[in-house]
Design a protein around this ligand. Structure first.
Ligand code: BGC
Ligand code: NOJ
Length: 811
């Protein structure tokens, strides 16, 4: 069942009922100011850091669901309604929610009045704009009362939800006729405030929740709205809100637009006050003036559209597969940008208060957005590298505001260092900007310990070399990619592996997955050495890689697939010797991607085992059989009921690894089948089972052992975004940036007769037409560049500004 449809021409998903199985959200903003907005106007806003600079309050895990948000009420006689249905839930005569690129439009109609609430964050500014377009479709004059309402958060979202003895006394506001300033904490060292305004004169306002909602009321039925008037309340402590009321008269057929804005202002310390206790409003006034007229708001919308057009046109596909085009051209890349902005911090599943930026997560995210915003990828790489330790290990997470490593969570995830090589190598392949390797980057944010980025990569590489276990495989530490495989953490508290203080690193537990990573990224590292004329280092690196590759092929091999690990007692994990957890997805994907066992036939055998044992109609599960009971020697993985999360869920993130691995072996049909099974556009029809947004990936889909098989959770912020785009653009469609230029090497379903990709790359534009009338899955027969045949499939580098016509024939 579907709850809407794609509108590809407008690059939107159009939701046609407010009663989606879960709130379906969108993200506004791509610089400093961000808002989450659901299809019923739920959500919240923050400036840069979802924990420290939370502008509006949001109650997670509450019932009823998703009541806090960006609400506009329309009172028409006795009927009160919202264009997005919630929070009044007044039945609408028509409803649609259009989630587009950086904007959302909620369209409601009731009793002959149509209302469109258009929400977006303009580029280059720290505010959310909510423009309401009202139209009277009747033959009679309409007298309407419009209320816009937000509930302020007292900035630090954790403190806001816990430290009430203090918070009930700190709230402060100032009011100018159509402007409400939320200035809690401004009197102390903080120098920021929020501003909530309208471009239209207001009839009345409120700034206390008690006055607007009523002490025992709530956003579903605010007493001020029912009364048709606010009471001019001024907040002193308790819960400051912004509520602006505008009376609107609409003649038959008449349309009016009203703008509401929510902005963030930061004043330099010396400019904080204009008189004792009176905040300096200059910057707020300037912001308000930027959107005073409708034409200004239109221009801001246009600038936002142009911004997204420029970003997404870096990679554009035309093929006979409508759903593939839609995902590649719009939603995959859009989700990659959102994961770049948010990392894993703020979604409807991530509270914005917990995790900062993940070291491994952010490195992998790079794979999906480096082609779109290479300069920001460069910055991101340097930020991440600056949190690394001198021995090559890394903080697992860092805080976006301070960019410092997060000490609570600490270190010891032994895959982390290698992801830095993965991200940096991807950046170099995309840009050819070798200067990044010379950048001086601190260790543990200590500038006195700065070394070149290349030295950081060297330490990443050497970290594995110096942390090999008894079988010559890399030690796993606290965990590898699978956070929940805690082979050294004998946790008495399942689910708290990050808090464990006991032994987190051991001399015995090893990871075959990291072995695969080391081979893959070790080769990439050696190529960088080649390029820098470090021949000896390259040779030594390849030697170390060969050693680990051999270990993977022998001790890491179980007979028909790669083992997952060895536990702290030296027992295999992911082996036929185990009763549960006999085969895992991760090493099969990573080792085959690394080319391990390609010659010996082990790679093909491993993927065959995946297909036989792990595949389901909704994707490939993490392992089989699922763990049925908690096991101390495995850790958090076995704390989940079978089929959920890391205990045999379908982790969308590593499904692309299998697809990539199939492509490495030239299996285009199967690579595409694996891609398709978890791909949002292809499973839109089962939205009632899947439940999360049908336009983006979720982290996890319940596996076949779960009673809710096929149900997704944790939408939006997942490494799936980057890996899927990386897979489909580079492995399946085969447009591969290399250190020396673009290479074309598709691995597609034999039924795909061909396709065209327009790819901007190092300043030139390549139109690449691939012909597959031969109906093969893999293999390039000939390549012509600007009409002239070339040897091989590496396209010669074109000068900046050039437009290159490439004809590729498969066969
Ligand atoms: C989850 C993992 C997640 C980790 C880090 C665990 O509880 O199951 O998927 O990576 O927490 O927050
Ligand atoms: C989510 C985490 O963000 C990611 O780093 C990890 O690899 C997966 N969970 C699997 O545990």
């Amino acid at each position: 069942m579907k709850f809407g449809h794609f509108d590809d021409a407008r690059k939107e998903y159009v939701i046609t009922t407010p009663r989606t199985p879960l709130p379906w959200i969108n993200y506004l903003g791509s610089e400093d100011f961000f808002s989450l907005v659901s299809n019923t106007a739920g959500g919240y806003s923050f400036y840069r850091d979802a924990r420290m600079r939370r502008l509006t309050r949001y109650r997670y895990n509450s019932s009823p669901l998703d009541m806090d948000g960006h609400h506009i009420y329309i009172k028409d006689g006795d009927t009160v309604w919202n264009p997005g249905w919630q929070p009044t839930k007044t039945e609408l005569d028509s409803y649609a929610c259009r989630h587009g690129l950086g904007y959302t439009i909620l369209e409601g109609e009731k009793n002959g009045v149509s209302a469109a609430q258009e929400l977006f964050v303009p580029t280059g500014d720290a505010c959310e704009l909510d423009r309401l377009t009202l139209k009277n479709k009747t033959n009679a004059t309409k007298e309407l009362d419009v209320f816009s309402y937000v509930e302020f958060c007292l900035w630090d979202a954790i403190d806001d939800s816990s430290n009430f003895q203090r918070n009930f006394s700190t709230g402060e506001v100032e009011v100018e006729p159509a402007i409400i300033y939320h200035k809690t904490e401004y009197r102390e060292r903080r120098n920021h405030y929020a501003v909530f305004w309208s471009n239209t004169p207001v009839t009345s306002f409120d700034t206390t929740r008690d006055a607007f909602c009523g002490v025992y009321g709530g956003p579903a039925d605010p007493q001020a709205v029912r009364a048709g008037h606010c009471s001019g309340s001024i907040a002193h402590g308790w819960a400051p809100v912004g509520a602006l009321h505008i009376h609107v008269t609409l003649a038959p057929g008449e349309e009016k637009k009203i703008l509401f804005g929510l902005g963030y202002i930061e004043n330099p310390q010396e400019e904080k006050f204009t008189a004792p206790g009176v905040i300096n409003k200059e910057r707020a006034h300037a912001m308000i003036a930027r959107y005073a007229t409708d034409a200004q708001v239109d221009a801001a919308r246009k600038a936002l559209a142009d911004h997204w057009e420029a970003l997404l046109s870096t990679y554009h596909l035309e093929s006979g597969e409508e759903k593939l085009n839609r995902m590649v051209n719009i939603w995959h890349q859009y989700q990659c940008m959102v994961t770049f902005n948010m990392s894993r911090s703020a979604s409807y599943f991530e509270s914005g208060t917990g995790r900062g930026m993940g070291f491994r997560d952010s490195c992998q995210d790079l794979l999906g957005f480096v082609h779109i915003i290479p300069s920001r990828a460069r910055e991101r790489i340097l930020d991440i590298a600056a949190t690394q330790f001198e021995d090559g290990s890394a903080y697992h997470q860092y805080q976006p505001l301070t960019k410092k490593g997060n000490r609570d969570i600490g270190t010891g995830f032994n895959d982390d260092p290698l992801w830095l090589i993965a991200g940096t190598a991807a950046y170099l392949r995309e840009t050819g900007d070798w200067s990044i390797l010379d950048e001086q980057v601190p260790f543990d944010n200590d500038a006195s310990k700065a070394q070149s980025l290349m030295e950081h990569l060297r330490r990443s590489f050497n970290f594995t070399v110096t942390h090999l276990g008894p079988h010559g495989l890399p030690l796993i530490g606290r965990a590898d990619w699978n956070d929940c495989l805690n082979l050294n953490c004998f946790s008495e508290h399942p689910g708290e592996s990050f808090q464990i203080t006991g032994p987190s690193e051991g001399p015995v537990a090893e990871s075959v997955f990291i072995a695969g990573m080391f081979v893959k990224y070790g080769h990439e590292y050696a190529e960088l050495c080649d390029h820098l004329n470090l021949a000896d280092e390259a040779a030594a690196a390849r030697k170390a890689v060969d050693g680990v590759e051999q270990a993977a092929l022998t001790s890491g091999w179980d007979g028909a697939w790669f083992r997952r690990a060895y536990d702290a007692f030296g027992k295999p994990v992911g082996s036929k010797e185990c009763t549960e957890g006999q085969i895992f997805i991760e090493p099969q994907g990573m080792c085959v991607m690394a080319g391990i066992g390609k010659e010996t036939g082990q790679a093909a055998q491993a993927l065959k085992s995946v297909e036989e044992r792990l595949d389901t109609k909704y994707g490939v599960v993490l392992h089989q059989p699922a763990y049925t009971s908690y096991q101390l020697n495995l850790g958090e993985i076995s704390s989940y009921p079978p089929g959920y999360k890391e205990n045999a869920g379908i982790f969308c993130h590593n499904n692309p690894w299998i697809s990539c691995a199939e492509a490495v072996l030239g299996h285009g049909d199967r690579a595409f089948e694996v891609y398709r099974k978890t791909c949002p556009a292809y499973i839109e029809d089962i939205s009632e089972i899947h439940r999360t947004e049908p336009y983006v990936y979720s982290q996890m889909v319940a596996g076949k052992d779960a009673p809710t098989f096929g149900e997704a959770k944790n939408s939006w912020l997942t490494g799936t975004a980057a890996w899927t785009f990386f897979n489909v653009s580079q492995y399946i469609l085969g447009i591969q940036p290399t250190l020396d230029g673009l290479k074309v090497d598709p691995c597609i379903p034999h039924t795909l007769g061909g396709f065209t990709v327009t790819r901007r790359y190092r300043g030139a534009t390549y139109h690449i037409a691939v012909d597959n009338t031969a109906a093969v899955q893999y293999g390039v027969k000939s390549v012509a560049v600007d009409g002239k045949p070339i040897e091989g499939s590496l396209l010669p580098l074109a000068p900046e500004g050039a437009v290159v016509e490439v004809q590729v024939t498969m066969g």
